[in-house]
Design a protein around this ligand. Structure first.
Ligand SMILES: [Zn+2]
Ligand SMILES: [Zn+2]
Length: 300
């Protein structure tokens, strides 16, 4: 089970009723956070997420609304007793920026390992049995989108084992992925598993203009979390100039990437009621959620 919580939904500035856009993804008792704007540690506490589970932070880019809360978050992490290594991923050159931000919290009870990802090409790495991929986006400064893919093990099918006449004492061995030999015949694990299950995929795309590469990157997402600064198409040109999208472009991305669900986020502070566009978006892509802070889902 992958638990996903959108900690905040704001862009640019935190508001009294809207924290800055940030994502919490938890699997197997470990949590990964994308971005930490101002006050993210307070939002994490309000949503009753366990900061002690956090072992990895992914940074999309270094605009203040995505990184200015890093020092405060790390101090809170230290106060909750963390002693094992925290990994922070960002694009090439982020190490120096993080070092400068952390000069106000020079002593932390845990080690920080910073990993730089390429800014001119896609890359992938493993976290907690999940493949995380990064994609360079098209924003006003260097910026990365991220996707999470959990490939699920096929489930053991007792009825298949019974049909093959395999004694129960061998089931555990087959379930662990090992083959067995019975009566000069080799039984492989795939002979006693149910049809393979499709992976669980979550894509997180903000901040960026629309471009074709997003469709391939987010392809077949169970959950696409995507920015939308405004709900009205009249802002398309203005947002393109600033390196952003509007709601209908996020809907177009959900359609073209064949995603199952769309959560909108990163609203402009000037967009006081994003829910005004719910009907418009449901017509475009029915599985759209105009997210609010603490929007969450468990993907199985
Ligand atoms: Zn932003
Ligand atoms: Zn930005």
């Amino acid at each position: 089970m992958v638990n996903v919580t959108l900690i905040g939904t704001g862009g640019m500035l935190p508001l009294p009723d809207r924290w800055l856009t940030s994502l919490w993804l938890e699997y197997n008792g470990k949590a990964c956070l994308i971005d930490c704007g101002e006050g993210t540690q307070i939002a994490i506490a309000q949503h009753k997420l366990k900061l002690s589970h956090l072992d990895t932070i992914l940074i999309t880019h270094t605009h203040a609304d995505h990184i200015s809360g890093l020092a405060g978050l790390l101090l809170s992490l230290g106060n909750c007793g963390k002693t094992d290594t925290l990994k922070i991923y960002g694009y090439t050159g982020i190490t120096e920026i993080i070092r400068q931000l952390l000069c106000i919290c020079p002593v932390l009870p845990f080690r920080i390992e910073i990993v730089e990802l390429p800014i001119n090409t896609k890359s992938s790495f493993m976290w907690n049995d999940i493949v995380i991929s990064s994609l360079p986006l098209d924003h006003s400064i260097d910026c990365l989108g991220y996707s999470f893919v959990l490939n699920r093990k096929a489930v053991f099918a007792p009825e298949k084992a019974k049909a093959l006449g395999i004694d129960v004492k061998y089931w555990k061995t087959l379930h662990s992925g090992k083959s067995i030999d019975i009566n000069a015949k080799t039984i492989t694990p795939d002979m006693v598993t149910a049809e393979s299950r499709s992976p669980i995929k979550v894509s997180y795309i903000t901040d960026t203009r629309y471009f074709g590469g997003l469709e391939e990157f987010a392809a077949n997402s169970d959950l696409l979390i995507c920015e939308g600064m405004y709900g009205d198409d009249e802002y398309i040109i203005k947002m393109r100039e600033k390196g952003h999208m509007v709601f209908s472009q996020s809907g177009k991305l959900a359609i073209n990437s064949h995603s199952k669900r769309l959560w909108l986020t990163h609203y402009s502070p000037a967009l006081t009621n994003p829910y005004d566009y719910e009907e418009f978006m449901k017509k475009l892509f029915p599985e759209t959620i105009i997210s609010s802070d603490s929007q969450s889902i468990t993907l199985k």
